[in-house]
Design a protein around this ligand. Structure first.
Ligand SMILES: NC(=O)c1ccc[n+]([C@@H]2O[C@H](COP(=O)([O-])OP(=O)(O)OC[C@H]3O[C@@H](n4cnc5c(N)ncnc54)[C@H](OP(=O)(O)O)[C@@H]3O)[C@@H](O)[C@H]2O)c1
Length: 262
């Protein structure tokens, strides 16, 4: 980690109570900086760390929670250097069995919660010439079978953070869309199924990343002034290129590979 880029900076992390966000919080808390975390069930900050950590109880789908948390944060600082929009849920199920409430809930958290927070902090990001990173997914690069709500809620974010990047380049604000592959977290139990019930699925099979590995890559991406769409594994690069080179072949492969999922 390039410590000097993080020293004395103001950092916000959503979804820091679990998985990737928790690993990111742990990594950054070794630096002398200020970290504000937003979660529905915030954990006590790690002990004996260098960072000053301020946990906020905040459901990002609730306007009142978001306004209260951001106004408290903006009382402490008027500049935000790094905003990690990481909170999210997954939704699994076939499109033809999906209840519309599943799309609404998934978009409320992954899309609207995320962009509302960014809007509330945009002036502080401009003031700091800061960076905003959204945790998307490889499933945001193409509509993945059995994931129509999840894929669409994440790919919609890509357009927002691309527009924002172009517009706010005038103010030196950077925007990064970060797409981790399968990672060993609680996502498959914190998510919902086609009827909106709690998911209870096993971790994906095969070699999957740890949250610590992903957090390290997020930090590297944030440190690189040229980062835009960041993909960190073979499956992500495969989807990224195949969607342009041969979408028909990509769809056949996704059907075969993920048939059991839907
Ligand atoms: N794990 C993977 O394989 C994978 C792959 C690609 C992308 N991702 C993305 O990585 C991000 C982090 O997920 P994870 O894998 O670390 O899963 P996780 O362990 O389930 O963590 C999700 C985090 O999001 C927070 N969250 C959920 N709904 C929220 C809400 N309404 N308001 C505030 N916080 C909320 C949760 O905190 P509370 O429950 O305390 O609110 C939790 O801290 C997500 O955006 C996910 O889509 C994960």
């Amino acid at each position: 980690m390039k410590n000097s880029l993080w020293e004395n900076k103001n950092i916000i992390i959503t979804g820091a109570s679990s998985g990737i966000g928790e690993a990111l919080l742990k990594a950054l808390s070794t630096i002398n900086c200020r970290i504000f975390t937003l979660d529905r069930s915030p954990k006590d900050p790690p002990k004996g760390v260098k960072a000053e950590i301020f946990p906020f109880l905040c459901d990002i789908t609730k306007e009142d929670d978001l306004k209260k948390a951001t106004s408290e944060i903006l009382k402490k600082t008027d500049t935000i250097d790094y905003l990690f929009n990481n909170a999210g849920i997954t939704a699994h199920g076939r499109f033809d069995k999906m209840d519309i409430s599943v799309f609404r809930k998934t978009f409320d958290i992954n899309f609207f919660g995320n962009i509302h927070l960014t809007l509330l902090l945009v002036e502080a990001l401009k003031k700091a010439r800061g960076m905003v990173m959204v945790t998307s997914t490889v499933s945001g690069l193409y509509g993945i079978p059995g994931r129509s709500a999840y894929s669409s809620s994440k790919s919609a974010l890509h357009a927002v953070y691309e527009s924002l990047r172009i517009e706010l380049s005038e103010f030196g604000v950077r925007s990064i869309i970060f797409c981790p592959p399968y990672t060993r977290t609680a996502l498959r139990t914190s998510g919902i199924d086609a009827q909106g019930n709690k998911l209870n699925e096993e971790q994906a099979k095969g070699k999957i990343k740890t949250p610590e590995e992903v957090a390290t890559d997020m930090i590297k991406a944030a440190e690189n002034p040229n980062s835009k769409l960041v993909i960190i594994d073979k499956s992500g690069f495969f989807v990224k290129w195949m969607r342009l080179l041969s979408p028909s072949l990509l769809e056949r492969i996704l059907f075969k590979k993920l048939r059991h999922d839907f």
